[in-house]
Structure formats: structure tokens, C-alpha cells
Design a protein around this ligand. Structure first.
Ligand code: M6R
Length: 594
């Protein structure tokens, strides 16, 4: 993954690069670094740790051009030597790289045989030496020749001593240019540019750009092309914590607004079939949802909901496991869910879907992200920037999107009209649950001492058991497993006991009696049970240790409330444990590697 930033202009580059780097730190944060070119050498500052470690760099750093990097290790452990930028043998060239170079071992051997000496274990360093080999004063030409040797994915930014600008290039890793006033920038993602400019150019695969303070030149397939300038819709103020202790909490609290914005203009009381922001396309005979991690859980919820409102066959797949045979998906819509729009596994699955003949739609939060170029159409969620590595509000926006999609394809019915009413009521129900946060904090205080936990549910709430467990693992570092309640007795029962609390989602729906049976069976094995139940449930408290109440809702909407309750629980446990909630260890927000 990794985040890169480049600047060239009239200002001191170092503080601008550091501020930009903070905005892409969600992409990785095990080490970081900056390089500033001077007349004879490129100065490199890098260290182990997150971007703030560079704040301690000694005074006297000067330069109006530079590149910067925040790393999520793929090849080579997190260490100062493996941190970017990487230099050539002469220290006249430095590069930052996001991606993976598949043939780096062969290239490294070739370069070593020619006398190049390497300082790191990374794949990225070969790029610096390849450019060094080709460089005769024309940096653009050297980058073009060097990258022709690379197999794999890369977004790179390159500086050279004596060159007053930056050369950037991308293939299968994101890169966006920012056009400023007497200055120009590049970054892995638009938020890194927002403090300086909202005017951006999203690069295509194979694009190479030369940035100078007063100009940006772009080459595509060897020919110079005009810049297609777009305005970023997000504001820099949305990237702040707004008084919250963590972005995760801020983003959980934003969910009523996110639901409203994603629904806006899509539903009406006169026609229960939702209007979609995608071009009319031949109705499918089958629908497939794909995604990874949290996005897969939204896909799975889409499968459950779809099958309740539409007779069409529907399936959900983990994107990395999706492998349809060519030609087998004609008349199928493949709906790819990805908050970042950059997840390599999901983009790869889309390519397979298209080869199989499917019509593909991306549901994403990020304008012009790679996924939007890979699919036939795009449904932008209206979640606003999500900074915390743990997906919360974008998961909610995905739920809204998959429900709308199902309600678009479903036959008209009174049941559908009832769902429209509930959709409109959900922002205030989610708000009521958020307002009752104190009951969740109290529960967190009880559960934080445990090391293992199970979450169970039935039907459409099963994906929430999986998602709740993912959140607990991700931010609270608590080993949690989500199960379909019926499955627990087929093996996991062996682990139940006094120290394995179980959270049971038991909204009043057709599955309620069976959930009650499962809860009794678990209690009989000594495990503490917390039920998440509707506010008006008076029965469950007789059978469980604790009840966490959620507002009463249509059973198909219980997942929305269950997930908010579990997000808040995970957050509260993580807070009690004093963990780095927004940047959990070993993770990154966009996973652009396989
Ligand atoms: O950007 P995407 O939605 O494609 O990301 C997929 C997963 O990497 C992501 O949902 C991950 O599981 C989150 N960190 C979960 O909070």
C-alpha cells in the first residue's frame, strides 16, 4: 500500500510534504521519509515509525521541491533502511514507490552484476538504480526507460539533484496530481492535496507527468496529452477530528447524515422502487456482490436482503476468491463494493467478471478511484472522507447502497412500500442508538477483560456477527469470531466456558425462537451472554447476563442498528485498552496489494 506525496513550488517543501503525508498515513505507517534535491545531491530523511517521527528532524532543512512516503511493508521488514525514499548509488536520484515490483529479484541481480550496490531489502530500490543507469540529464527519459523494465504495480515520484521538479508515473497504483498557484503536487490520494488545492488530475495507468512549479506536462502512451482537471468535492475541514478524540468515533457519529445523503433523491413514497445513480442497463437475470473485509460483509448483507425482496438469484463472494469461468456471467450484474476503490483483490475480481461477460457496477466512496475505471458504471456513496482505518460510516453507506439496488430491481409490492418508510426512519433510529452510547460503554467495561469472544446471529444479521468480530479484532485487538448461531454447536461449543462471552443478536423476527434456544444452550455451558435486542423486548433479560437495547425496527433493518452497536462496543473496548484506534498495528486502509 503506502502513501506518497510530491511537491514543487515556491514554498518550503518539507512542512507541506509532512502535512500531506499525514493525510495519506491511513495507507500505512510503519516508517516514513522525505527527500529534497539540491544541486549536487538529494538529501534523504527517513525513520521507523509514523509520520510524526519526522517532526523531530533537525532544523536547516531547505528546498522547494521534494517527495515523501509513508510505508506499509510488503517486501522487507519495517526498518530505517527499508523506509522510503530510496536513492541510487550516487545519491543524485531518489524515489518513493507505492506498489509491488514482481521481477525485482532478477533486476537486482542484473544491477548488482553491473556494480550497483543496494542499501535495503525492498523491491522499490531497484527503481532508483534503474533510473540511475538510464539518467543522462533527462529525468523523464530515464524514468520512461527504467519503468519499461518493471513488472508489477507502481506509483512513483522521482527527484534528481539539479532538477527543479518531480517526475511521477503510475501503473496499477493510484496517483493524483494537484494543480496549485505557482506550485504543483502529486499524491496517492486527493486528501493529501486539499490543503493546497482542490483542482486535481487523476492519472491513468501508464501516465507519466513532469511537475514544475509553473507547469505540469502529462504523457500517455508516449504522446503528450491535455490535462483533464476535476474539482474535489470534499473540504479540508472534513479531514479534521472536529473535537472527537478519534476519527473512528467521529465517523460512527456521522452515520445518520451518511444514510440521509446516500438516500437523497433515490426513494419516493409514490414509487417504492428506488432510483439508482447508474445508467439504465438491461435488467439482469442474476446479481453477484463482491468485496473484501468489511465490504464483503456489506456484500453478504446485500445477498440476504436481496433474496427477501426479489426472486432473482443472488450471491456474495469474497473478491479474492471470485473466479468465474470466461463467458459464464452473461446477463449478470456484478456489484463490486469498495470504500477506497483501490483494493487490488476487488479490482482483479472485476476484470474476471468482465471476462465472464458480466455488466459491472462499482459502489465506492472515492471519486475517480481505480475501481471506477475498471467497471461499467459507478454508484458513489455519499459518506465523505473516512480517515480511520476501521470502516464504519462507509459500511453503513454500503448497506444503504445494496438495499437501494435490491429495491431498484425488486418487483413493486406493498412490502416494498413498507421498506421505503423504514429507510426514511433509519437516520433517526441510528441517532437514538448513538445517543444511548452510555449503555454500550458500561458493557465495554465488563467485556474488556476477556481475550476471546463469540458473536452469533441468524439470517440477515449473520454478516453483522462477522463484521462485529472484525471490528473487535481490528481496533480492540480482541480475538472474536462471528458465527451463524446454528453453527456454534457444530464445533465451537468446545471452546465455551466462563471466559468466552457470547454476544447474541436477537431482534424480534422470524428467527427469534431459535436464537432463544441457542442462547439457552450457550448459557448451559457456562458462557456469559449479552443479547442485542429491540427496546421493547422484555423476555430475553430472563435468560442472559446483559441486554444491549437497540431501537425497534423492521427486522430487515436490524443489521443497521446491530452494526452501530458493535462499532461503538469495539471502539469503547479499544479506548479502555488505550489502543491506537485510528491506526491499528499492521493494517492500512487501502489494500492495493495481492
Ligand atoms: O476499500 P475497501 O472497502 O475495498 O477495503 C476492503 C477492506 O480492506 C476493508 O473493508 C477492511 O476490512 C477494513 N479495514 C475494515 O474495517
Amino acid at each position: 500500500m503506502c502513501g506518497i506525496v510530491a511537491y514543487t513550488g515556491a514554498q518550503e517543501a518539507y512542512p507541506i510534504l509532512l502535512r500531506g503525508l499525514k493525510r495519506v498515513e491511513y495507507r500505512g505507517y510503519d516508517s516514513c521519509g522525505v527527500a529534497l534535491p539540491h544541486s549536487e545531491r538529494v538529501q534523504v530523511y527517513k525513520d521507523l515509525g509514523a509520520v510524526d517521527t519526522l517532526k523531530g528532524t533537525p532544523d536547516g532543512i531547505q528546498g522547494n521541491t521534494g517527495i515523501a512516503h509513508t510505508r506499509w511493508a510488503t517486501v522487507g521488514e519495517p526498518s530505517q533502511a527499508n523506509a522510503h525514499p530510496h536513492s541510487d548509488c550516487t545519491r543524485r536520484i531518489a524515489i518513493v514507490h507505492n506498489g509491488d515490483i514482481d521481477n525485482f529479484l532478477d533486476l537486482k541481480q542484473e544491477l548488482q552484476d553491473q556494480g550497483h550496490s543496494f542499501s535495503s531489502q525492498t523491491d522499490s530500490e531497484v527503481i532508483a538504480h534503474l533510473i540511475e543507469r538510464e539518467y543522462d540529464g533527462d529525468l523523464k527519459a530515464a524514468v520512461t526507460k527504467a519503468t519499461a523494465r518493471l513488472e508489477g504495480s507502481y506509483a512513483i515520484a522521482v527527484v534528481a539533484a539539479g532538477f527543479p521538479g518531480v517526475v511521477v508515473m503510475r501503473k496499477d497504483s493510484p496517483l493524483v496530481l494537484g494543480l496549485g498557484n505557482g506550485e504543483n503536487l502529486a499524491a496517492s490520494d486527493a486528501p493529501a492535496l486539499l490543503e493546497r488545492t482542490k483542482r486535481v488530475v487523476y492519472l491513468e495507468d501508464g501516465d507519466l507527468a513532469v511537475l514544475r512549479p509553473e507547469s505540469v506536462e502529462l504523457w500517455r502512451n508516449g504522446a503528450q496529452v491535455e490535462l483533464t482537471v476535476q474539482e474535489v468535492a470534499w473540504n479540508v475541514t472534513e479531514l479534521d477530528r472536529a473535537g472527537y478524540p478519534h476519527f473512528m468515533l467521529k465517523e460512527i457519529h456521522e452515520q445518520p447524515r451518511v444514510i440521509r445523503d446516500t438516500l437523497a433523491g433515490r426513494i419516493s413514497l409514490t414509487d417504492p422502487r428506488a432510483t439508482l445513480p447508474i445508467a439504465a442497463h438491461k435488467a439482469p437475470s442474476r446479481v453477484i456482490f463482491i468485496g473484501c473485509g468489511t465490504s464483503y460483509h456489506a456484500a453478504l448483507t446485500g445477498q440476504y436482503f436481496f433474496s427477501q425482496v426479489s426472486p432473482l438469484p443472488v450471491n456474495a463472494y469474497v473478491a479474492s476468491e471470485f473466479d468465474p469461468a470466461p463467458g459464464t456471467l452473461r446477463d449478470t450484474w456484478v456489484v463490486a463494493l469498495s470504500q477506497s476503490g483501490e483494493t487490488a483483490d476487488t479490482i482483479n475480481a472485476i476484470r474476471k467478471a468482465r471476462t465472464a461477460g458480466a455488466w459491472t457496477v462499482a459502489v465506492t466512496n472515492v471519486m475517480s478511484s481505480s475501481i471506477t475505471r475498471a467497471t461499467d458504471d459507478v454508484f458513489y456513496m455519499q459518506a465523505g472522507p473516512e480517515v480511520s482505518v476501521a470502516a464504519t460510516k462507509t459500511f453503513m453507506a454500503q448497506l444503504v447502497a445494496v438495499y437501494l439496488l435490491a429495491m431498484h430491481l425488486a418487483p413493486r409490492s406493498t412490502a416494498l412500500a413498507e421498506l421505503v418508510g423504514e429507510l426514511r426512519a433509519m437516520p433517526s433510529k441510528v441517532q437514538r442508538l448513538i445517543n444511548a452510547e452510555s449503555q454500550i460503554k458500561a458493557l465495554a467495561a465488563k467485556l474488556t477483560r476477556y481475550d476471546h469472544m463469540f458473536l452469533i446471529a441468524r439470517g440477515i444479521n449473520v454478516p453483522m456477527a462477522l463484521e462485529g468480530a472484525l471490528k473487535l479484532k481490528e481496533v480492540a485487538y480482541l480475538h472474536a469470531e462471528g458465527f451463524a448461531a446454528g453453527e456454534l454447536k457444530h464445533g465451537p461449543f468446545a471452546l465455551l466456558g466462563l471466559n468466552t462471552p457470547v454476544i447474541a443478536m436477537a431482534p424480534h423476527d422470524g428467527q427469534y425462537p431459535r436464537m432463544l434456544t441457542a442462547i439457552k444452550e450457550i448459557k448451559a455451558r457456562g458462557a456469559p451472554v449479552t443479547a442485542i435486542a429491540f427496546q421493547d423486548d422484555t423476555e430475553l433479560e430472563r435468560f442472559v447476563d446483559d441486554v444491549l437495547h437497540i431501537p425497534v425496527a423492521h427486522p430487515l433493518f436490524a443489521p443497521w442498528l446491530n452494526t452501530v452497536a458493535l462499532q461503538l462496543l469495539s471502539y469503547s473496548i479499544a479506548e479502555l485498552r488505550g489502543l491506537p484506534i485510528d491506526k491499528p498495528r499492521h493494517l492500512a486502509k487501502s489494500v492495493t496489494v495481492f
